[in-house]
Ligand binder design. Structure first.
Ligand code: F6P
Length: 370
């Protein structure tokens, strides 16, 4: 009998339960060996504190459609304190864990990679986040559910925006990359989409709106991603690039345990809306979609992708392919070494998968310009 730990870390994302189910079912059906799955509660905090829950096949039978995570999650950075790493290793030993499946975004995967690299822990990573910014995979699960949510909300907002001939500024999540904003904005017919990959001055947004009105539009939708650096508005810059094009995190906003900027939903959107109204005279309102983008049931795509990732992670455990992450590459689910995808130390800048320039150019075709 082999013992396999499973944990979910970082912000929750629709499809987490599909992954858990995929791992447990795959291992439960293995013929050559018996596997017992054990969940660590609330991500790395559960491993550190030895907070466990049994994960028999019966427990995961009816969770594929549920959002969130049955294991709970947290943003715990074990590497902030060497003592916490030691506690986590002790907990792996105490539970006789033969392999650990870590499901999470760049922060969770970073810890998984370090535990494998530094201590030989048998870890397999599964890339998750609504932000879709994890390096090395085409899509993280959670992203498409979030795009569906945001896109539906933009459609709903358009109705009231049209009636009042207003500008609606819709703020999407995305601290480092603008995937959700770009995809939902394009799908929702936005007149401008602002993303962290392209810092912008608010005047450019105002010019696009004025040009659209000059062509007969009577209302406008602007999508602003929370991590975008927008000059000309009354809000601290979020993430900026230095002269070499590298990410430079603004020093003006608070950080979490992994150094990520902590965003207050609404700040950027409100500031942009107020400046637009001032500069164009068009009545403007703002709405931050906030955590609703992580809520609800996972869309079918994320259920399938999460399931495929979970099954592949279970297979990796059986094959002993540790230090790897599952990923989607074109249409194939594969394993890829985490080394190279993740920074080697928490002092280095993080590696993100950003929106391709081509996509932004394509989206920009639909905006008016003076
Ligand atoms: O998980 C990523 C993310 O959704 C970001 O887009 C967002 O800025 C952040 O999480 C919000 O985190 P929290 O739930 O801790 O407020």
């Amino acid at each position: 009998m082999k013992n396999v730990g499973i944990l979910t870390g970082g912000g929750d994302a629709p499809g987490l339960n599909a992954v858990i189910r995929g791992v447990v079912m795959r291992l439960g059906r293995e013929k050559k060996e018996s596997y017992r799955c054990i969940g660590f509660v609330d991500g790395w905090a559960g491993l550190r504190d030895n907070n466990t829950v049994e994960l028999p096949v019966e427990k995961v039978g009816q969770i594929i459609h549920e959002g969130g995570t049955i294991l709970g999650t947290s943003r715990t950075n074990l590497y902030k304190d060497p003592g916490h790493v030691q506690k986590a290793l002790a907990s792996l030993k105490k539970n006789s864990i033969d392999a650990l499946v870590a499901i999470g975004g760049d922060d969770t995967l970073e810890i998984a990679y370090y535990l494998n690299r530094d201590h030989g822990a048998n870890v397999v990573g599964v890339p998750k986040t609504i932000d879709n910014d994890v390096n090395g995979t085409d899509f993280t699960f959670g992203f498409w559910s979030s795009v569906e949510q945001a896109s539906d909300m933009i459609d709903d907002l358009r109705v009231t925006t049209m009636s009042h001939h207003r500008v609606m500024v819709v703020e999407c999540m995305g601290r480092h990359a603008g995937w959700i904003g770009a995809y939902s904005g394009l799908s929702g017919g936005a007149d401008y989409i602002a993303v962290p990959e392209r810092p912008v001055d608010v005047q450019e947004i105002c010019d696009a709106l004025k040009a659209a009105r000059a062509k007969g539009k009577t209302h406008n939708i602007v999508v602003v991603t929370e991590g975008t650096s927008i000059s000309g508005v009354d809000v601290a810059p979020r993430v900026v690039r230095d002269k070499d094009g590298n990410w430079k995190l603004s020093t003006e906003i608070p950080r979490d345990g992994f150094g990520n900027p902590v965003m207050q939903p609404g700040q950027v959107g409100e500031a942009v809306a107020s400046e637009i109204q001032k500069r164009t005279g068009f009545e403007a309102r703002a709405l931050a979609l906030g955590h609703l983008q992580r809520g609800g049931t996972p869309c079918a795509y994320d259920r399938i992708l999460g399931t495929a990732y979970g099954v592949a992670a279970g297979s990796a455990v059986v094959q002993g392919k540790f230090g790897h992450m599952v990923r989607l590459n074109a249409l194939k689910i594969e394993l890829i070494p985490m080394q190279g995808l993740i920074r080697e130390s928490q002092k280095e800048p993080k590696k993100y998968k950003l929106l391709p320039t081509d996509f932004l150019d394509m989206a920009g075709l639909f905006w008016e310009r003076p």
